[in-house]
Ligand binder design. Structure first.
Ligand code: HSE
Length: 416
């Protein structure tokens, strides 16, 4: 097969940009030339010769010889502008920018269609794990019933260090930053946003449902306190930040990002440090488990490299699940068994929001509830001003029966 030669313009030369530059130089089999790298700060010293760089995006976007743009910058809106302009000019694009892709998913679909130009983004989801391409190609006909995974390397690193070494949360976070795993704004990792963007991509490719980021209920690891850690240890579990999407038999999908107790029986239990792990369930292949480094310069650069290689034979996502047009919609209700904790406040007032209670305890001003609650009540509860409780998922309750709960609004009426 005659493979296309790639003349590349790169935007961004941070951790992943530099990683990619090195990886490309160590991969002589791939016929690529990096023509220019566009960066923002002129005064910064960089490890390669100055003639590689430009500060003007048009040096790449208006160069007719450049047929591929690799977008690896931080600024979401600037990245979207660059990617849109490149696609409009018929340049294939590779991006690892999950926030930008998740926030502009529909527009990017439309641009790819209208200008018949590919956008690939394996590096945006679980770094070195080739999950997007597998969802797109391998699972194009076998029916997926769920996708569950640890998709943020930084949170997994922090939680692993807390569990294995008793490391302080902030020290572990600083280590994740120092190793280049965290976002420049690490709250995007710790509050679960990064995992949410990745779950949006997984859901689009696994089930053909395009969501807005705000549709995905998300809790990060930033609320986890000593009670939950102690509870996990007593039960022989670890806590992992898990992104999950489950397809029900009525063609509805439940999805969320919530910290979860993970027992040794789960494949995710052994996924530690900056590794990511994704479990898929399908009708025929049953359970499959993907694991690999989920953050860092080389693991992400390896995914970008794979996308570049795919472009040499004109690969593009066909968005097969979107084409299958299965009229999949978000599930109206999902029941979750959770541990709800607040170390400062008595949260016993929330018990009425639960479908059923397994255990409650109030001591030293704080309290916890273990029980089953609907996702919609959980959404309201975590927004409640007296709240900011921590929530750890124990399990999803299969039985989505009639609901018999009070809403937050009803509870407030009673209080008044
Ligand atoms: N900050 C991200 C993470 C980088 O920790 O997973 C890889 O997407």
């Amino acid at each position: 097969m005659n493979r296309k030669e790639l003349n590349i313009g790169i935007f961004g030369f941070g951790c992943v940009g530099y990683g990619l530059f090195e990886v490309l130089h160590k991969t002589p089999g791939l016929k690529t030339t990096v023509k220019k790298i566009c960066v923002k700060h002129e005064g910064k010293s960089r490890p390669i010769a100055a003639e590689n760089f430009t500060f003007n995006k048009h040096d790449i976007l208006d160069d007719p010889d450049i047929n591929v743009v690799v977008e690896l910058i931080d600024d979401t809106e600037a990245a979207f502008e660059i990617v849109s302009e490149a696609l409009k000019k018929g340049k294939a694009v590779v991006s690892a920018n999950k926030k930008m892709i998740a926030e502009h998913f529909r527009e990017l679909l439309e641009l790819q269609r209208e200008y018949n130009t590919p956008l690939l983004y394996e590096g945006a989801c679980c770094a070195s794990i080739p999950i997007i391409r597998n969802l797109e190609e391998y699972y194009d006909t076998d029916l997926l019933t769920s996708v569950e995974g640890i998709v943020n390397g930084s949170c997994n690193y922090i939680l692993s260090k807390i569990f294995s070494e008793n490391l302080d949360y902030n020290v572990a976070l600083a280590e994740a930053q120092a190793q280049g795993f965290a976002e420049s704004d690490p709250t995007l990792d710790t509050n679960g946003s990064d995992a949410k963007y990745k779950l949006l991509l997984l859901i689009a490719h696994a089930f053909g449902l395009v969501l807005n980021p705000e549709d995905i209920f998300t809790l990060g690891i930033d609320r986890i306190g000593s009670t939950e850690l102690q509870y996990a240890r007593e039960k022989g579990c670890k806590i992992k930040l898990v992104a999950q999407a489950i397809k029900h038999t009525d063609n509805t999908i439940s999805f969320f990002v919530i910290p979860k107790f993970v027992s040794p029986e789960s494949r995710l239990y052994t996924v530690d440090e900056a590794f990511n792990g994704v479990i898929t369930h399908t009708s025929f292949a049953e359970t499959q488990f993907f694991v690999g480094k989920g953050a860092g310069a080389y693991p992400t650069a390896s995914a970008v490299l794979s996308d570049l290689s795919a472009l040499t034979y004109d690969y593009r996502y066909e968005y097969k699940k979107l084409q299958q047009n299965e009229s999949i919609i978000p599930s109206k209700e999902t029941l979750l068994n959770v541990l709800l904790t607040n170390n400062q406040t008595d949260i016993s007032e929330y018990t009425d929001l639960f479908e059923s209670i397994d255990e409650t305890c109030t001591k030293n001003g704080g309290s916890y509830i273990i029980g089953t609650i609907s996702l919609s009540n959980l959404k309201e509860l975590v927004k409640h001003p007296t709240g900011t409780p921590s929530v750890i998922l124990q399990s999803i309750v299969d039985n989505v029966n009639a609901f018999n709960h009070q809403t937050i609004a009803e509870l407030e009426e009673q209080v008044v």
